[in-house]
Design a protein around this ligand. Structure first.
Ligand code: PMP
Length: 298
C-alpha cells in the first residue's frame, strides 16, 4: 500500500486523512504542484519547488519548512514507495481553522505529498493528435485570481474541461477576459506559423508552465526555431501550420482539430513530433536522482 506524507508522518493511503475543518477543503485555500519522476529521476524538481513557494507567497501562506527540506521530502516520497516512474502531487493547505474565512484562525498549514503511478495518455493520442474546443468560460483574470498562482481553486479549469468532454474533445482552450488565447485547462499552448513558434506571454494570465519553459529551450537551442511570446486569437490557431500543448502530465501533444477545424491536414506536425522526441530525451536523461545507484551512474 502506498505511503502518503502528511505533516511529518507517512501513513498508508487508506489512513491518510485531513480534518473537515481544513480550509483547503472548506474554501480551496491552498496551493499545489504536479511533478513527475522518470526512470528514478525527478524532472525539474527545483523549478517545481520554486513555483510552489511562489504560489505560497502569492496567497500569504507561510511554508512550514525550507525549500531544500521540501525538495528532500518530494524525493523521499518517490523512494519510500519504491517508484521509478511516478506522478507526485504536493498539496499545501491553509490548515485546520474554523468555519470563517479568516486565515489567522489557521495556525499551521497542512503539507501532503502523494507519489503514485502515473496514468499516461494512450499512445494513439500522441500519434494521431488531440481535439480541442474553445471554452465559453474565460480564464480567471489576473485581477481576480492570477493563474500564475497554482491554487486549490481549480473550478474554472474543471468546468472548462467538462465542456470539452461534452463536445468530444480532450482539452479546452480558455481565452482571457480580453478574448486572447490564454492556456488550456491543465496545459499551455503553442502554435507554429511560417517557421516561428508562438505562445501566449505570462501577462496573458497563464500558469508559467515548467514544460512550456522546457519546450521553449528545446525550440531555441536544439531546433533553432524562433519563439515569440505574444497575444493571439483563436483564429490564429485555426490557421496555424502546427499546434501543440505542453504540461507535466501530457508532456507535449500535437493538436489535430480545434472547434471542428482541422489543423492543416489534421495530422501531428513534423516539428511537434521532433519536440515530443527531444522532450522525452530530456525527461529521461536529466533530473534529481531518487536512488543512490542512479546518482553514482551519472
Ligand atoms: N496551465 C495550467 C492551468 C495547469 O494546471 C498546468 C499543469 N500544472 C499547466 C498549464 C502546465 O504546467 P506544467 O508544464 O508546469 O505542468
Amino acid at each position: 500500500m502506498s505511503k502518503i506524507y502528511i505533516d511529518g508522518k507517512w501513513p498508508d493511503k487508506d489512513q491518510a486523512k485531513i480534518s473537515v475543518f481544513d480550509h483547503g477543503l472548506l474554501y480551496g485555500d491552498g496551493i499545489f504542484e504536479g511533478i513527475r519522476a522518470y526512470n528514478g529521476r525527478i524532472f525539474r524538481l527545483h523549478e517545481h519547488a520554486e513555483r510552489l513557494y511562489e504560489s505560497a507567497r502569492g496567497i500569504l501562506l507561510e511554508m512550514p519548512m525550507a525549500i531544500e527540506q521540501m525538495e528532500k521530502l518530494i524525493v523521499q516520497s518517490v523512494r519510500v514507495n519504491n517508484l521509478r516512474d511516478a506522478y507526485v502531487r504536493v498539496v499545501v493547505t491553509r490548515g485546520f481553522g474554523d468555519l470563517g474565512l479568516d486565515m489567522r484562525k489557521c495556525k499551521k498549514s497542512t503539507v501532503i505529498i502523494i507519489a503514485d503511478r502515473i496514468e499516461l495518455y494512450p499512445d494513439f493520442v500522441y500519434e494521431q493528435g488531440m481535439r480541442l474546443v474553445t471554452s465559453a468560460l474565460r480564464r480567471t483574470p489576473n485581477q481576480t485570481l492570477p493563474p500564475a498562482i497554482k491554487s486549490l481553486n481549480y473550478l474554472n479549469n474543471i468546468l472548462a474541461r467538462a465542456e470539452a468532454a461534452r463536445a468530444g474533445a480532450e482539452e479546452a482552450i480558455l481565452l482571457n477576459s480580453e478574448g486572447y488565447v490564454a492556456e488550456c485547462s491543465g496545459d499551455n499552448i503553442f502554435y507554429l506559423k511560417k517557421g516561428i513558434a508562438v505562445t501566449p506571454p505570462l501577462y496573458a494570465g497563464i500558469l508559467p508552465g515548467i514544460t512550456r519553459a522546457a519546450a521553449i529551450e528545446i525550440l531555441q537551442r536544439q531546433l533553432r526555431v524562433p519563439v515569440k511570446e505574444e497575444l493571439f486569437g483563436v483564429v490564429d490557431l485555426y490557421q496555424a501550420d502546427e499546434v501543440w500543448i505542453t504540461g507535466t502530465g501530457a508532456e507535449i501533444i500535437g493538436i489535430k482539430e480545434i472547434d471542428g477545424r482541422k489543423i492543416k491536414d489534421g495530422r501531428v506536425g513534423r516539428l511537434t513530433k521532433n519536440l515530443v522526441k527531444l522532450y522525452r530525451g530530456m525527461t529521461t536523461s536529466t533530473g534529481t536522482p531518487v536512488y543512490e545507484a542512479d546518482a553514482v551512474a551519472h
